[in-house]
Write a protein that binds this ligand. Structure first.
Ligand SMILES: Nc1ncnc2c1ncn2[C@@H]1O[C@H](COP(=O)(O)OP(=O)(O)OP(=O)(O)O)[C@@H](O)[C@H]1O
Ligand SMILES: O=P(O)(O)OC[C@@]1(O)O[C@H](CO)[C@@H](O)[C@@H]1O
Length: 307
């Protein structure tokens, strides 16, 4: 079974504002309210690709209820821990200024609720896939992903981590099967600016040397690069040129990689699916459908490059 963990899920309020002006009352020309959070997006895209998963994490308040309701309506199994206090966050995305967003902090997670999640995760075992994705509520211990991986290290669970900075670096010693920083996040870790495939490779290699089994660096409009455990490096340009809403494109890449890997156990194919799915989501109003992914897959053009 596949499990996604979103410690800090959200409702994403995605609005277009023509001619946005700071300091003025701006009005939207379109708006969407959708369940969000990196792990939940992975679950949604997996479902679109015909793959079941269970979404785990914490929710609170009316926003939390709505997140769960929408996920279940999509046919996703949910097993969130509902907290008595606080509300799940609402993240504001300005789709008309790509990449501009305001993400909330999220509710407090009391220790006993965290213990409940840990107990739930301890039931995972051989053959299960666990996706740990996204930021964590501010009051939660900053080594939480590390704690989870440490506890699961002898259970033969395939773990994928999509996180930034220390949250990511601290798990590498537990050998996550896949990590997916984007090129900005990779550059931030090493204090450099990365913009081309060739720039990315040496730094992705460092993360592999620190313990990551496979490193997928997504690069927005420039596609992405995969360093796989068999020592190969493969890259592709983006599969789409017109972007409608890139929120969740990275999560879609993670879902596409899992789908491709489960289907063929082949890194080139898993990477192709990752890039096709990310591109298809970026080019659509919401997250990619199976048909959009199949179309996008035709435009993947793999290049094997030297390490
Ligand atoms: N502007 C774009 N043009 C074309 N393809 C894109 C664009 N943005 C994203 N993609 C596709 O989606 C993939 C993942 O996007 P990106 O690198 O932006 O991930 P991310 O930063 O983790 O995104 P997010 O946090 O919004 O989920 C890219 O590798 C690319 O295939
Ligand atoms: O604040 P985090 O956890 O880093 O990111 C949360 C988020 O921006 O990520 C998803 C897109 O990847 C959105 O659905 C959601 O709002």
């Amino acid at each position: 079974m596949i499990y996604t963990v979103t410690l800090n899920p959200s409702l994403d309020y995605i609005v277009a504002v023509d001619d946005f002006k700071l300091g003025y009352t701006n009005r939207t020309s379109s708006e969407l309210m959708l369940p969000g959070g990196k792990g939940t997006n992975v679950s949604i895209v997996l479902k679109n690709l015909g793959i079941d998963s269970t979404a785990l994490g914490f929710v609170a308040g009316f926003t939390g209820d709505e997140i769960v309701r929408e996920l279940e309506e999509t046919g996703i199994n949910t097993d969130f821990i509902k907290m008595k206090d606080g509300i799940s966050r609402i993240n504001l995305k300005l789709s008309s200024i790509d990449g501009t967003e305001i993400n909330g902090q999220g509710p407090d997670i009391p220790k006993e609720q965290l213990d409940k999640l840990m107990e739930r995760l301890m039931l995972l075992g051989e053959g299960d896939i666990l996706v740990l994705a996204g930021s964590i509520p501010v009051t939660m211990p900053s080594d939480i992903y590390e704690q989870i991986m440490k506890k699961l290290q002898d259970k033969d669970v395939t773990i994928i981590v999509d996180a930034t900075k220390d949250l990511l670096l601290n798990v590498l010693k537990y050998h996550p099967f896949l990590i997916k920083p984007n090129h900005h996040e990779l550059g931030e870790i090493f204090g450099v600016e990365l913009s081309e495939w060739e720039d990315v490779v040496p730094y992705a290699k460092k993360l592999q040397e620190m313990g990551a089994v496979n490193v997928l660096v997504s690069m927005g409009g420039k596609g992405g690069v995969l360093l796989s455990e068999d020592g190969k490096v493969v890259a592709t340009k983006a599969t789409v040129s017109v972007v409608k809403n890139s929120v969740g494109a990275g999560d879609s890449s993670v879902a596409g990689f899992i789908a491709g890997w489960l289907q063929k156990k082949d890194f080139d194919y898993a990477f192709s699916m990752a890039m096709a799915t990310g591109g298809a989501s970026a080019a659509s109003d919401y997250l990619a459908t199976k048909q959009e992914v199949e179309e996008s897959l035709k435009r993947v053009d793999l290049k094997h490059i030297a390490k």
